[in-house]
Design a protein around this ligand. Structure first.
Ligand code: FE2
Length: 284
């Protein structure tokens, strides 16, 4: 089973560069063009922050661009929400995020289940409206517990936006990731979950939660560069994506693709210690 994992497209209502000079739709087109030689992809998973402004127009653009690409691979697409997303606009264009869900979460959150080639894909909704950090509320965790109580033929893949792991060298990751990862760990421990696919941090990172591998795919819109001084943050140009291969003795395996961009690594924005501290105080 091969999964093409995209995240953080941050597409906006209108084309053209944002205040940092980045055109998110162009970034998405660029990485998809780079991936045109990919073959044997079974599913495309997109883990949130699809729309930067939560607009119906942005979701429509994302659905068209990623949908066309996935059709050329004959692969379905599964979408989750992120902190920038807006549940009603998301649902209007993408429904539950699954074209053929076998189960949908009955509450406001956009969580759903699909089964593809014997593998169960569960998307969760870690969006907390108005907040940068994420959380999985008790109702969604209880629903997940019930879903996982019956093992799937080839196990389960969980996909959602906010990583339940963070890297000690990043000041923002520790505040803006998934709150209370222990509650999720308790639900998945001993279950058939084989991998957790997440985004949000705009860089690649691998770790574990309850002995299950956690993958953070780099963003499509830009990349967070952790070579900056402690307590500061820099984003640079560079659209990326991941290939996740399950199965075989070595799986799950994670590979990242980086689009060829003559302006790759150019600074998009840079926050000094004070601005980073302000950001954490305001949104943490
Ligand atoms: Fe995010």
């Amino acid at each position: 089973m091969r999964i093409l994992h995209l995240s953080d497209t941050h597409v906006r209502r209108t084309d053209g560069p944002d205040r940092h000079g980045v055109d998110a739709t162009d970034s998405l087109r660029l990485i998809l063009r780079e991936l045109r030689h990919l073959r044997d992809v079974d599913v495309v998973v997109v883990t949130g922050d699809l729309a930067d402004d939560g607009s119906v127009e942005a979701y429509t653009t994302v659905r068209e661009l990623i949908g066309d690409f996935a059709r050329s691979l004959d692969a379905p697409v599964l979408y989750t929400t992120g902190n920038h997303d807006e549940r009603d606009a998301f649902a209007k264009v993408l429904g539950s995020g699954h074209a053929e869900a076998v189960l949908e979460f009955p509450g406001a959150e956009r969580a759903a289940v699909s089964v593809l080639g014997g593998l169960r894909f569960v998307t969760l909704d870690s969006l907390v409206p108005g907040k940068v950090y994420g959380r999985l509320e008790a109702g969604q965790l209880q629903w997940l517990r019930e879903v996982l109580s019956t093992p799937a033929e080839h196990g389960t893949v969980l996909a959602f936006h906010h990583p339940p792991i963070s890297l000690g060298v990043s000041a923002t990751q520790q505040v803006f990731g998934l709150r209370d990862p222990g509650a999720l760990a308790e639900v998945i421990r001993g279950s058939d979950v084989r991998v957790l696919l997440t985004g949000h941090f705009h860089l690649q990172l691998c770790g574990f939660l309850a002995e299950v591998p956690v993958w953070v795919t780099p963003g499509v819109v830009n990349r967070i560069d952790l070579t900056t001084a402690p307590g500061t943050e820099r984003a640079v140009r560079g659209a990326s994506a991941s290939l996740v291969e399950l199965g075989g003795a070595g799986g799950p395996m994670f590979h990242t693709f980086h689009a060829r961009d003559p302006r790759a690594h150019e600074t998009v924005y840079q926050l000094d210690e004070e601005r980073t501290r302000e950001l954490i105080e305001r949104h943490g």
